[in-house]
Ligand binder design. Structure first.
Ligand code: CP
Ligand code: NVA
Length: 305
């Protein structure tokens, strides 16, 4: 049976651990033939720097081949229906990594594709980002379970995947969002079940200071995600008190890590210069997209031992 990766919750705690360990091995060792002869289609409805480049380079460095399909070329659901695109690509490639506006498009692609589909970001989740972030945290802190992540800002796709990733792996998750921009209720209830199995906590706040108090990791993301540009002014007002800066980080633990998936809006959700602060690990996060996705592709494309 093909194994799609649409949500962080598609993987068990053991599978997440295995992918992180494999990513650490692949970061140290060249494996130029691991995915020899394998092909990946990158089907994108939205722009990308990190996700596109890291998937393309991952396939190249493992001996496979990736082909990037821009929104203009494919016209998903405009030039051609989603099921037809899924059926055609299944005849050419071994895997599809898709970035879509609607998560429903991903579900439809996966439902009609004969080959595995990876979520390269949708309006609901960004699971490749969240798993890469776990790798970064594990490298920096030497453990996951028992640590506390405080997410400041929009209850968006990145927040949803982080809530699931932390609760599955035994990390505590705090989130501070303004009214009207809270985390998705279904993701929250799914996360609460994981948290109860892994003995971790999920706590919701409106005050960023309360959320970051004693946090090991402070994480933020843009206030206006791709596809929400018409709401940018309204969101700038709503999130005014949710900027992450030196003052806010001073409420967290002294050895706090600052994280952001990028792209960042300087002097909007973060203070200018924060990305280059000694607490910031954002460029390690960006690098780890490559290593984690190599392990993910190997897991999805190679037969299980
Ligand atoms: N973090 C991330 O997914 O970046 P891109 O949108 O540039 O791929
Ligand atoms: N929440 C952001 C993440 C970008 C990597 C967006 O969806 O635009």
């Amino acid at each position: 049976m093909k194994k799609d990766f649409l949500s962080v919750s598609d993987f068990s705690p053991q599978e997440i651990k295995q992918v992180i360990e494999q990513a650490m091995t692949l970061k140290e060792e060249d494996s130029p033939h691991l995915l020899s002869g394998k092909t990946l289609a990158l089907l994108f409805e939205k722009p990308s720097l990190r996700t596109r480049v890291s998937f393309e380079i991952a396939m190249h460095q493992l001996g496979g081949y990736a082909i990037y399909l821009s929104p203009q070329e494919v016209g998903l659901d405009k030039r051609e229906s989603v099921p037809d695109v899924a059926k055609v690509l299944s005849r050419y490639v071994d895997c599809i990594a898709a970035r879509t506006f609607s998560h429903k498009t991903l579900i439809s692609l996966a439902g009609h594709s004969q080959v595995p589909v990876i979520n390269a970001l949708s309006d609901l989740e960004h699971p490749c980002q969240a798993l890469s972030d776990l790798l970064t945290i594990y490298e920096k802190k030497g453990r996951l379970a028992g640590l506390t992540m405080a997410f400041i800002g929009d209850g968006n796709n990145v927040a949803n995947s982080l809530l699931l990733a932390t609760s599955i792996t035994g990390m505590n998750f705090h989130i501070a969002s303004p009214s009207g921009y809270e985390i998705n209720r279904e993701i929250l209830s799914q996360g609460r079940k994981f948290a109860s199995s892994s003995r971790s906590r999920i706590e919701l706040f409106t005050s960023p200071e309360e959320a970051v108090t004693s946090a090991d990791i402070v994480y933020t993301d843009v206030w206006t995600s791709m596809g929400q540009d018409a709401e940018a002014d309204k969101r700038r007002l709503a999130f005014h008190d949710y900027k992450v800066d030196e003052r806010l980080l001073s409420f967290a633990r002294q050895d706090v890590l600052f994280m952001h998936p990028l792209p960042a809006h300087h002097d909007e959700e973060i203070s200018p210069g924060l990305l280059d602060d000694p607490k910031s690990v954002v460029f390690d996060q960006a690098e780890n997209r490559l290593h984690l996705q190599k392990a993910l592709l190997a897991k999805i494309l190679l037969p299980t031992k």
